[in-house]
Design a binder for this molecule. Structure first.
Ligand SMILES: *[C@@H]1O[C@H](CO)[C@@H](O)[C@H](O)[C@H]1NC(C)=O
Ligand SMILES: *[C@@H]1O[C@H](CO)[C@@H](O)[C@H](O)[C@H]1NC(C)=O
Ligand SMILES: *[C@@H]1O[C@H](CO)[C@@H](O)[C@H](O)[C@H]1NC(C)=O
Ligand SMILES: *[C@@H]1O[C@H](CO)[C@@H](O)[C@H](O)[C@H]1NC(C)=O
Length: 642
């Protein structure tokens, strides 16, 4: 974080108790359970130290956001595809004049002079600098220093804070307060990166002949449609999902990577020469650097695995459409989803603070010295992300605000795809929750407990992609060749503890419960049948042949599935755009209306938390969603729309 902690720590020996909130104040946010990762240190703060405060204002018209999005995304809407400009979006959702007045009156009445208060460009954040004393008095709280026991990083936070009752409706949340840092981590850990070396002799004895294009590589394995169940290649995916290569260069596809994870061009070249020969060596994605994002990172499986996988498949499947890599965050701090969203939408900026999001410029620690990206990137029509959190890692208020941003970018016409997680009904690393709802991120080792859903996979404004595999010894051309992925990983899926069920999936989820009600109790997951179920769709996630650090290896995970599904949507956009239509934007309302455009997956499960998890069944299920795409069928659905 950017605050100088030395400046914050005072030597005052007096005990300071938080003043009791007067009756007109109400607790606005409170940390329900102490987070295991964070220990409060016994240090007194210097009461004159300055804290940069941000107040997230309640936005207008958010209650209408769902309907606005349906208006441009529902297949029966006459306005289908008529996406909004970012200006219109910012204008529609900016805080109302009543909100601005009420909050400003509260601040000035509490001694924060008007000329100290700044309103963000998007009219949704008030920012001001306050001393510890002022902030504690304003929010009836007591700040302290908390140390992350894993990283040793210190953060400023409090246990709860209060605001006047009449102000509460005008405020989303105030930072820094109860929230803790949770940087984005790739979904796959080393366990998932479990690799089987395809040709040990080639690997160890002679490096692949990257420098000798045209020289045939003769590995022992010949990739073919006959062995797709062991080696998944671009050719296998085209056969499975009924598509062929692209022909034009009219549509756009973005892949998000968080530094230090980055691709290696040498690996892309190795991949083309083995698996996609019509792509010339040296063919590169566009790299858009966000907040100091760089692809110059030390070569390692952890650094290159995710990005090589995502980008090799995205390029192979959509070529000659351009793939853009949004390389986000510097090598020192890294970055968050929030930093990335800032780069796409200026109206989202100013909401960051050092508890969640990286802060730039960052000269002291040798990081990126430029200013934070804010509305500097034009979003691609389809954006795939293979990173995620557990829902319980972050406060619900933060997740709701971020999810609403996906709603806005959906209005602007972008399709957001996220992998659904690799641990079945458990969370990242296979962890489950020892308490109902995972309050406070209290996780166990995963052999029992409450299911642990993923974020943003459960956000209703994105498309969440689960994983399948080809059944053993089965031809790609067989009837129903796939089942839920149970090799190395299990498809993330289940029901949200944060988001209500969106209308577009209510009938699919209702059929699931009426025909296949799972036997788990309300202490294992929210079985109220009123919350968001995920994933929405699935695609193959097993045995992907990837060129990684100079050799061909097999990778697994919903990290394979999301870029694959995104490629199918990008090729549909290619056809729509060349027919003079818009990109498809938010696809969920259309796909749930057209389940027959998917290959229904009806076997396999997503075990976790000491259970078998859910089971893939006919119709939508919380393992593989609606199923895997049939490009030709989906194309006719989307081409029939205006
Ligand atoms: C708070 O103080 C910092 C450091 O002096 C300054 O850069 C920043 O602009 C100030 N913020 C506001 C809202 O005045
Ligand atoms: C598409 O695939 C065919 C057959 O594999 C190949 O000959 C052609 O070069 C490819 N075209 C593009 C643009 O990739
Ligand atoms: C399940 O979700 C519903 C709707 O959000 C909520 O009212 C209910 O309290 C949740 N159940 C549990 C056990 O958390
Ligand atoms: C591929 O798409 C065509 C056109 O919709 C359809 O007739 C055919 O059944 C599909 N192939 C497979 C294997 O589903």
């Amino acid at each position: 974080m950017k605050l100088s902690l030395l400046a914050l720590i005072g030597f005052a020996a007096y005990a300071s108790a938080a003043p009791a909130p007067p009756s007109s104040h109400v607790v606005h946010e409170k940390r329900e359970v102490q987070h295991q990762k964070w220990a409060r240190r016994d240090l007194k703060l210097n009461r004159d130290a300055v804290i940069p405060m941000s107040i997230g204002l309640t936005q207008s018209n958010l209650d209408k956001g769902y309907d606005y999005l349906m208006d441009v995304s529902h297949p029966q809407s006459p306005n289908y595809g008529k996406h909004w400009s970012l200006e219109k979006i910012a204008e529609t959702f900016a805080a109302s004049p009543e909100t601005l007045t009420a909050v400003k009156e509260w601040l000035t009445g509490s001694g924060i002079a008007e000329d100290r208060i700044r309103l963000s460009k998007g009219r949704n954040w008030f920012k001001f600098n306050a001393t510890v004393e002022e902030a504690e008095s304003l929010l009836r709280t007591e700040y302290g220093i908390y140390t992350n026991v894993e990283t040793g990083n210190d953060h400023l936070a409090c246990e709860e804070y209060s605001v006047p009752a009449h102000i509460q409706e005008h405020i989303d949340f105030i930072k820094p307060t109860v929230h803790f840092d949770a940087y984005v981590k790739p979904k796959r850990t080393r366990r998932d990166l479990q690799r089987r070396e395809i040709n040990e002799r080639d690997m160890k004895v002679k490096p692949f002949p990257i420098a000798h294009p045209g020289v045939a590589v003769t590995p022992e394995v010949t990739y073919s449609l006959a062995n797709c169940y062991e080696y998944t290649t671009p050719e296998c995916l085209r056969a499975l999902y009924n598509f062929s290569n692209g022909t034009l260069d009219v549509s756009s596809y973005g892949i998000v990577e968080y530094t230090p994870v980055a691709h290696r061009q040498a690996d892309l070249n190795l991949f083309y020469s083995n698996l996609q020969r019509q792509i010339p060596s040296g063919y590169a994605p566009v790299v858009d650097s966000i907040d100091g994002g760089t692809i110059s990172v030390p070569e390692s499986e952890d650094n290159n695995g995710e990005a090589d996988l995502d980008i090799e498949y995205a390029i192979a499947l959509v070529y000659p459409q351009k793939v853009t890599v949004y390389q986000t965050g510097d090598t020192v701090e890294g970055a968050s989803f929030g930093n990335f969203l800032d780069a796409l939408d200026a109206s989202y900026c100013s909401g960051d603070d050092s508890t969640y999001d990286a802060t730039y410029p960052d000269p002291e620690s040798g990081g990126y010295t430029g200013s934070e990206a804010c509305g500097t990137i034009t979003p691609a029509s389809v954006i795939s992300t293979s990173y995620g959190y557990n829902e319980a890692d972050l406060p619900a208020s933060y997740e709701v605000r971020q999810c609403n941003e996906y709603m806005k970018l959906g209005l602007a016409g972008t399709t957001f795809l996220f992998s659904s997680g690799d641990y079945g009904v458990a969370g990242n690393g296979g962890q489950c929750c020892s308490k109902a709802k995972c309050a406070g991120g209290r996780y166990n080792s995963g052999s029992s407990g409450t299911f642990n859903p993923a974020f943003p996979a459960t956000c209703p404004y994105i498309t969440s992609v689960g994983a399948t595999q080809i059944k053993p010894n089965t031809a790609v051309t067989a009837t129903a060749p796939e089942e839920a992925c149970e090799t190395v990983i299990y498809s993330g899926g289940g029901f949200s503890n944060v988001f209500p069920m969106p209308d577009y999936q209510s009938s699919a989820v209702a059929s699931y419960f009426s025909s296949h009600k799972p036997s788990y109790s309300a202490t294992q997951y929210n079985n109220s049948e009123t919350v968001r179920g995920y994933p929405d769709v699935a695609a193959n996630g097993a045995n992907f042949v990837v060129a990684l650090d100079g050799s061909l290896v097999l990778l697994y995970g919903t990290s394979c599935s999301a870029p694959t599904f995104g490629s199918v949507i990008t090729l549909i956009n290619e056809q729509r755009i060349s027919a003079g239509k818009s990109a498809v934007g938010f696809i969920n309302p259309t796909i749930y209306e057209n389940p027959s455009a998917f290959n229904d997956i009806t076997s396999g499960g997503n075990q976790g938390c000491g259970t078998k998890g859910f089971t893939a069944v006919s119709g939508w299920d919380p393992v593989t969603g609606l199923g895997t795409p049939d490009y030709e069928k989906l194309l006719s659905v989307f081409m029939a729309l205006p």
